[in-house]
Design a protein around this ligand. Structure first.
Ligand code: PLP
Length: 421
């Protein structure tokens, strides 16, 4: 007889033993005091800390106009769409947002999903199932949602070495001419922060008549003159066939999407199970996302603040002897290389210094590549940066002790208590 409970418990114990069991910290955000938040510690005491892993890069989720739009449309339209797009779940807000997204990315059309994960899985699965003999050619570091979409399609796949166009070309060259193929990659990789050689990838893909699919989840809002992403920055929006993005990170609201030619969008809209058979986004969410994109386009200074902060952070880390992996993006990754140590450093930072950095462990990264990923936002201040850089330097360089008294900035950096909210 199969012992279900025992099996589940054993599998969970395996995670605890190898240090990759996930503990959720309660991160009670304060729109007024972002990036500070409060949480309840193990002794039941409320404490305040600074968030260094929020994807709210431009702090859009806390901006008054976006919050007001969400509230206003909720009052008028209710909290939910209560239907699939096909059955009473399409409103003017869905259509307007899709038009905005298409226009922003220089595409004919866009399609909303309830997240970029779902957009990736549904689109890749649909293409794989519907295009006879399609082969996926996927970057080795692609996100779990891309891997899942390819797996769900069940088609043949080939993996090219991370950001290696020569290897991509080798694979494409080896395929039977005429066989349909889809090259799948990200523009900014979410953990390492590496940036794909996008122009080169497109050039090679076109040479071998491949369809191209990019995940711009960590780039939308942050790069390009209008903040549309890395493809806008590089002036190659036309070259990509399908672009995937999220409304939940830099845009600060919720949901995901793809943008492409009308025929491709119509195809996914018509055949994609994960699009068809699910309740659509609430109208107010669409409207708030639309407002947020409008503000992002009008305020390049927020992007500049973010990138200036990235440089200040990296200067601070260097000055404090903290090693981080080189990249040209806004994501800063500090290698630790051991799950237990990674968690210990994160615990010390939180409980001794009021600094919240999430350890990134297996399966998000391969074993041995455990790291602390630092995400800075437009709202982090110099005092926050100095505090983080100094604390990380102390803890990682082996002098692990409570330095709270050494930080005059500590009380103001993290606030005194949860009453801030
Ligand atoms: C690269 C990448 N793609 C897709 C997703 C999924 O996005 P969403 O949160 O909108 O589902 C994430 C993370 O959340 C991501 O990091």
């Amino acid at each position: 007889m199969f012992l279900y409970d025992q099996y589940f418990e054993q599998k969970l114990q395996q995670l605890r033993d190898n240090g990759s069991y996930r503990y959720f910290l309660e991160v009670n955000k304060s729109a007024q005091h972002f990036p500070s938040f409060y949480y309840t510690n193990d002794e039941g005491i409320q404490r305040s800390a600074v968030n260094w892993c929020s994807n709210d890069y431009l702090c859009m989720s806390t901006r008054e106009e976006v919050i007001a739009k969400l509230g206003f449309v909720t009052h008028r339209s209710g909290t939910a769409s209560s239907g699939t797009r096909n059955i009473s779940g399409t409103t003017i807000h869905h259509k307007e947002l899709e038009r905005t997204l298409a226009n922003w990315h220089g595409k004919e059309a866009a399609l909303l999903f309830n997240g970029a994960y779902q957009a990736n899985v549904t689109t890749l699965q649909t293409l794989g199932r519907q295009i006879p003999d399609l082969i996926f050619i996927s970057d080795a570091r692609n996100h779990a949602s891309i891997i899942e979409g390819i797996r769900a399609a069940g088609n043949e796949k080939r993996i090219f070495r991370h950001n290696d166009p020569a290897h991509l070309e080798e694979i494409l060259q080896s395929l039977e001419p005429g066989r349909p193929r889809l090259v799948v990659f990200e523009s900014v990789y979410s953990i390492s922060g590496t940036i794909a050689p996008v122009k080169k990838i497109l050039e090679i893909a076109k040479l071998y008549n491949a369809l191209t699919y990019v995940d711009e989840v960590h780039a939308v809002g942050l790069y390009g003159e209008n903040g549309a992403g890395l493809f806008e920055q590089e002036g190659i929006q036309d070259g990509i066939d399908i672009l995937n993005g999220t409304l939940s990170k830099a845009i600060g609201v919720f949901g995901g999407y793809i943008a492409a030619k009308s025929t491709i969008i119509d195809f996914i809209r018509s055949y994609g199970s994960g699009f068809i058979f699910t309740t659509s986004l609430p109208p107010a969410v669409c409207s708030a996302a639309n407002k947020s994109i409008q503000l992002i386009r009008q305020n390049p200074v927020w992007r500049q603040d973010l990138h200036r902060n990235v440089n200040l952070l990296r200067d601070g880390l260097r000055q404090n002897g903290v090693v981080f992996t080189h990249n040209e993006s806004h994501i800063t990754s500090v290698p630790v290389g051991d799950a237990t140590r990674c968690r210990q450093v994160a615990n010390d930072l939180l409980h001794q210094q009021g600094i919240y950095l999430q350890p990134i462990n297996h399966p998000t990264v391969p074993k041995g590549e455990e790291c602390l990923r630092i995400i800075i936002t437009a709202s982090h201040q110099l005092k926050h940066i100095n505090h983080l850089a100094f604390s990380l330097g102390k803890i990682l360089n082996g002098k692990n002790q409570d330095h709270r008294t050494e930080f005059p900035a500590f009380a103001s950096a993290v606030g005194n208590s949860a009453t801030e909210d």
